[in-house]
Design a protein around this ligand. Structure first.
Ligand code: ZN
Length: 333
């Protein structure tokens, strides 16, 4: 059986102040803070995960908030340019009004027949909310993809955005690269994506399984290599079914001449990482075990959870972390 990913699993970026980061993703965008932990490789930094009501794979954007003293990143080739979430077709005006009322500048454009609202988060990371056409939504649902997104995102009933307008998981990521070919070959020859459309210098690829969160757009940039730091996206993770399949992914990347890492236990999923030739760091993450592995589903994100090996150092770690009181949600929303 051919190896195919159903699409995106999560996207991880570097923020500045954790409080401002959480206030935006929860208080403004209405995502749920589904995990509050530390960077397992750097426990002096938080790792915050935002997603739908359950943290379903395909809905989660995660951040390492380096604080405002952290090194600023510079956007350039070899980096994701925007992260796009899907919204219901009738929610475009709601979202434009909500963002503009919070002094977020919003551009609106039509792209491949979809309405796109473009804006930046407080650290300058490019975000989009995309209202897919009814025809596209129907074909997504008919394809039976359940990797996350419109058809299976779980509303967060205690959030500031009513269920009818909530983000519905990822729509796409846009990757900025120096030239299309080598990155496109990884998408098509390894990950099972197909070129679906091309316009205005943008190539749209879709995972063969063809559901929400299954789009990767490529754009070429004249900019030099980007610099990782505050305000840039660190990596893009695609979904792998399980650890067995992940071994096959490792072999597939190696057969393509790339150098994947060993499998790393990230507690909520198992991961391998590989740098694609255009410079973007890809990850393959298993759909399980998920965020309920160390917290009750009703309590997700409410407290700092640590990997077991760091539990003995909790007091020292908590004292070193930057101030963060949990997301602020405006009661008047
Ligand atoms: Zn990751």
């Amino acid at each position: 059986m051919a190896l195919e990913t159903p699409g995106l699993h999560h996207v991880t970026a570097i923020a500045g102040d954790p409080q401002r980061n959480a206030d935006f993703y929860v208080g403004t965008l209405g995502l749920r803070l589904v995990k509050r932990t530390v960077n397992h490789d750097d426990p002096g930094t938080y790792h915050l995960y935002f997603g739908d009501g359950e943290g379903t794979p395909g809905t989660n954007v995660t951040f390492f908030p380096w604080t405002d003293e952290g090194r600023p990143g510079q956007f350039g080739a070899g980096q994701p340019q925007t992260i796009a979430y899907r919204i219901p077709p009738g929610s475009v005006d709601y979202w434009r009004d909500r963002l503009e009322s919070r002094d977020v500048a919003v551009d609106r454009e039509d792209r491949f027949g979809e309405t796109v609202l473009r804006f930046e988060d407080p650290d300058g990371i490019g975000l989009e909310l995309v209202a897919a056409s009814e025809a596209q939504r129907t074909s997504d649902n008919a394809s039976g993809n359940t990797a996350g997104g419109a058809s299976n995102a779980t509303p967060w009933t205690e959030g500031p955005v009513s269920a009818e307008h909530q983000l519905q998981g990822f729509h796409a990521v846009t990757l900025a690269i120096g030239s299309f070919d080598a990155t496109a070959a990884v998408l098509t020859d390894v990950l099972g994506y197909e070129l679906e459309d091309e316009a205005d210098g943008r190539r749209r690829y879709r995972a063969a399984a063809g559901g929400p969160g299954s789009i990767v757009d490529l754009v070429e940039t004249d900019l030099g290599r980007g610099q990782m730091g505050v305000g840039t996206v660190h990596h893009v993770a695609f979904a792998a079914a399980d650890v067995e399949e992940q071994q096959r992914w490792r072999e597939a990347f190696a057969d393509h001449g790339l150098s994947p890492t060993e499998v790393i236990d990230r507690k909520y999923f198992r991961s391998i990482y590989v740098r694609e030739p255009g410079g973007v760091l890809f990850e393959m993450a298993t759909t399980g075990p998920g965020f309920a592995v160390d917290e009750d589903p009703t309590e997700l994100g409410s407290e700092l959870v640590l990997p077991e090996r760091l539990e003995d150092e909790r007091e020292r770690i908590e004292a070193q972390l930057p101030p963060f009181d949990g997301p602020t949600v405006d009661a008047s929303d």
